[in-house]
Design a protein around this ligand. Structure first.
Ligand SMILES: *[C@@H]1O[C@H](CO)[C@@H](O)[C@H](O)[C@H]1NC(C)=O
Ligand SMILES: *[C@@H]1O[C@H](CO)[C@@H](O)[C@H](O)[C@H]1NC(C)=O
Length: 370
């Protein structure tokens, strides 16, 4: 017994040494590919902390399950989708572009330009006052590259950007915080829903082309989630716990057209630059069968108030669940850390139904051969 337990612990020590050797040997910033993030609150990791805006997640209980147990600006109880992607590509989390810590070698890890409240359109989220709209996120990306050029020169910067992984998550707010924000909104008087969706897709296409012009060559683009099924909509619009029909219709019109637009762009560039991540499907899986994922509820938010905990903001005064991992939704709009982990699991290894034309593990295998 003694021998065997000695052997076990020796083995454990050996494994620790090997494992730490692997993680510590190359400087991390150089080792992993850079990662850039654009979009809204689903992927903002703290830019809005630096802005005068009401769209913020910088007070408790946000961040309660983050390693520091403090709010970070992420709209999650802990990690968000970009964090789990950074972990999967072997990188440290990207810093918010507005963070004063984003300088020197840390620039080489990449950057997060996302800003809660924004949409594809400039008029989306105008009630949040000062947020970083998509055109400005892209301007910042250009500015970021100038800083990196000063650090490592033109040629290496071009390579860093071309070889980087990019995530774009935007579009939900163009419905929730624009078209459907108030009855008879300006956009809903201007466009029928099908025409509004076509308009969004055409504007989004221009932004993605600009991203390509700026050097991005591997861009994962997520569709909207099941917009009508989030706790906020169940509380405000749903009937007897059913998802809000008009928002579900919007998502079902938008997502297929998004995939088609990405296919068209890939054809235009003669390369698989754009990858469609069908996060709606992943999310639908949670909603149709929460127990299969260890959730006791995919309707009730962990943090909030009122029916489904879906009303108002998540604050210290809210009702808060005990075990955050049992809830698909952390607050009335945003997935929990556990749900984010599962979404990234599908991004990594999902079939073509979830990731078109390929998943992130395939992308990484392909790109490592270049
Ligand atoms: C948003 O505003 C910027 C700056 O004014 C402008 O360049 C851009 O074309 C606008 N985008 C849309 C979709 O209207
Ligand atoms: C996704 O990843 C798994 C490996 O984790 C692989 O077997 C599968 O073929 C991949 N699918 C696509 C479409 O890339």
């Amino acid at each position: 017994m003694a021998t065997s337990s000695f052997q076990t612990s020796w083995l454990a020590v050996a494994l620790v040494v090997v494992a730490s050797g692997i993680t510590l040997a190359p400087p991390r910033a150089e080792a992993a590919r850079a990662f850039f993030v654009f979009g809204d609150s689903l992927v903002d990791n703290g830019n809005n902390n630096y802005l005068t805006t009401t769209a913020r997640a910088d007070s408790p209980p946000y961040g309660i399950d983050y390693p520091t147990h403090r709010p970070t600006g992420r709209f999650s109880n802990g990690f968000n989708i970009p964090d789990f992607i950074s972990q999967r590509i072997g990188s440290e989390p990207t810093l918010p572009y507005l963070s004063p810590e984003l300088r020197g070698q840390r620039l080489l890890v990449g950057a997060n330009f996302a800003s809660a409240g924004i949409g594809i359109l400039n008029d989306t989220g105008s009630q949040f006052i000062n947020v970083i709209r998509m055109y400005q996120q892209l301007d910042y990306f250009r500015q970021y590259q100038q800083k990196v050029v000063a650090l490592i020169g033109q040629e290496r910067t071009r390579k860093l950007v071309n070889q980087a992984l990019v995530l774009v998550t935007v579009g939900g707010n163009d419905f929730v915080n624009n078209y459907y924000l108030v009855p008879y909104s300006a956009r809903s008087r201007q466009y029928s829903l099908p025409n509004y969706v076509r308009f969004l897709i055409s504007e989004f296409k221009k932004q993605l082309m600009r991203l390509h012009d700026l050097g991005a060559r591997r861009v994962m683009v997520t569709g909207t989630g099941p917009l009508g099924c989030v706790p906020a909509e169940l509380a405000m619009r749903g009937r007897n716990g059913q998802c809000a029909a008009e928002l579900q219709k919007a998502a079902s019109l938008y997502n297929p057209q998004l995939i088609q637009m990405l296919k068209d762009l890939n054809k235009k560039y003669k390369s698989q630059v754009f990858i469609a991540a069908n996060t709606q499907l992943t999310h639908n899986d949670f909603i149709t069968n929460p127990k299969a994922f260890g959730f006791i509820s995919s309707k009730v938010a962990c943090c909030g108030q009122g029916p489904y905990n879906g009303l108002g903001l998540c604050t210290v005064a809210s009702s808060l669940c005990n075990n955050r991992d049992q809830y698909a939704f952390w607050d009335p709009f945003h997935p929990s850390q556990k749900a984010n982990r599962l979404i990234v699991q599908q991004i990594m290894t999902g079939s073509t139904k979830y990731m078109y034309p390929m998943n992130l593990s395939t992308i990484m295998a392909l790109d490592s051969r270049l």
